[in-house]
Ligand binder design. Sequence first.
Ligand SMILES: C[S@@+](CC[C@H](N)C(=O)[O-])C[C@H]1O[C@@H](n2cnc3c(N)ncnc32)[C@H](O)[C@@H]1O
Length: 619
Amino acid sequence: MAKIDITRTELVWPGKYNEDGTRKEVPRVSLPFQVIETINESRATREAEKQRQPSLFDIWEGKEGETFEDGWKNKLIWGDNLLVMGSLREKFAGKIDLIYIDPPFATGADFSFTTQIGDSDLEITKDQSIIEEKAYRDTWGAGIESYLTMMLERLSLLRELLSDTGSLLVHCDWHVGFLLRCLLEEQFGSDHFLNEIIWYYYNKFQGNVNHFAANHDLIFWYRKGENYYFTPQKEKRLEGKVRQIKRMWDKEKGAIVNVKGPDGKVLYQETDERAVDDVWRISMLQPADRTENVGFPTQKPEAMLRRILEAATSQGALVADFFCGSGTTLAVAEKLGHRWIGCDLSRFAIHTTRKRLLGIKDCKPFEILNLGKYERQYWQGVTFGDKGKSITEQALYEYLAFILKLYGAQPLVGLTHLHGKQGKAMVHIGAADAPVTIDEINAAVAECVQVRQTELHVLGWEWEMGLYDLMVAEAKKQGVRLLLLQIPREVMEQQAVDKGDIQFFELAYLEVDIGRPAKLSMTVTLKDFVIPNTELIPEEVRSKVKKWSDYIDYWAVDWHFQNDTFMQDWVTYRTRKNRKLALTSDPHTYDRKGHYRVLVKVVDIFGNDTSQAFDVEVQ
Ligand SMILES: C[S@@+](CC[C@H](N)C(=O)[O-])C[C@H]1O[C@@H](n2cnc3c(N)ncnc32)[C@H](O)[C@@H]1O
């Protein structure tokens, strides 16, 4: 191995440098974003936007202005922040005013998200109605080196996104605090360090430790450039009012001096406030708290984020959190009137954040984006082929073999549409970068018939819209039991794969009633949410579900779906506080008669989306 030329104090680990002694490059990819949902946007605004930017949907063009008046929409992005930040660079390099991140702390643990099932609230049913889903993983099988590489890559991109007056705040604890500080020094320079804030959570109970309980986290604050925003903060004194000598900063002396009266005597003042220093005594969220606690593991208190944003941003700032979890930073930014961008790779995080923001009074419109097929294409290229280039036959074979293995199936050779076999079922796998089409399913069913097989499982990332129940019925007529299963995003997460956390969910479908309460008006009533083969759902969950609607956590309607982005016009959802779910929408009144496409979207308790379009005639 070539000699590595270390020219300054830095943290090194196996894998930080290439064999030839050069620094490993941070992957900087730029992929197009797709807008998958817009929320709280009025139809009039949307129509106007469409006129202004005809190709806005589904690919995000980023032509909007930088203020709400100029069309800015806040953004919640589902995906790996490495690719997301890389893809944001084109429009946002040097534009973000404050970034707070609360990444995994390398605790070696997995974090679960608890979901209640059904309408009853916590007190009544105790934990009988609760299921646990893995929200995210913080295990680094390949060792702390892989964690450090992950963080160094992200810190480098974060720095590029910050404006010249921007600030980065990195939240961590004793597990990696000492290491992250070194990485931050390397990226930002020790002269750009501002604070090591101690968040002291005095109310966290920790039993069973044979040393002092660890009751604080660390937040490192760095500025990007020479200038930055800081507004000193005040807090109430624990001891109540105190009498103290009045002091002030003397510019000429460059020191703090006592203030004196005309008689030359020191002046005293009474106050119950103190200037906030770098030790923050802010209570940890309590499990029983149902106003702020949304049940997301490692959720941080809003009071802490509020203090950060109030101290380190100016009005109208653009704030981002690329490990947003339950969306605490975004919720606080929203309440303070800032613009925001959030990102997370967990579907529970994105769903929890969406609901949390919706619960904020007068929450401004926001959109949910992802990198969709481009992210999968990139992953496929990097994992099986030649970085991002078009996929070779060998790489395709490896891709199929990988998914088959995760599904517990064996590869098959010599057939065209049937890629594998699991028990007595034949398996077809959809491409990573295209929806599974109805023709594709028909071809696989036909091949099944040809080779005299009676069960077919089709696994796909995306699907040509609708008609699953009809397809299943059609296959049945040909003597084939057809199951359509979703390939989950976690397949692209090494940690989830290593842990065996990959669950393939069957596509569900909806039965609805369209009501016509008055002329030009319409309601949607959910009649059934069908998960075709419930035996695929773990028994511990199935046993807690009493009726079909218990599977539903959230549903929404786009009254005038235009085959592009789902626009949420009406929505209802369960919260920890309010478990009831309306099954009939409010009426919607159309401006004029005509043919409309209504899209109904359900998010179930597993965090999966099911969308179904219904064509309706409005009289
Ligand atoms: C400690 S939690 C953040 C909690 C958040 N501060 C809150 O108040 O709810 C860390 C989050 O980072 C997300 N995460 C981990 N790796 C990620 C990655 N590569 N890209 C995007 N999000 C990631 C996890 O899914 C998790 O939701």
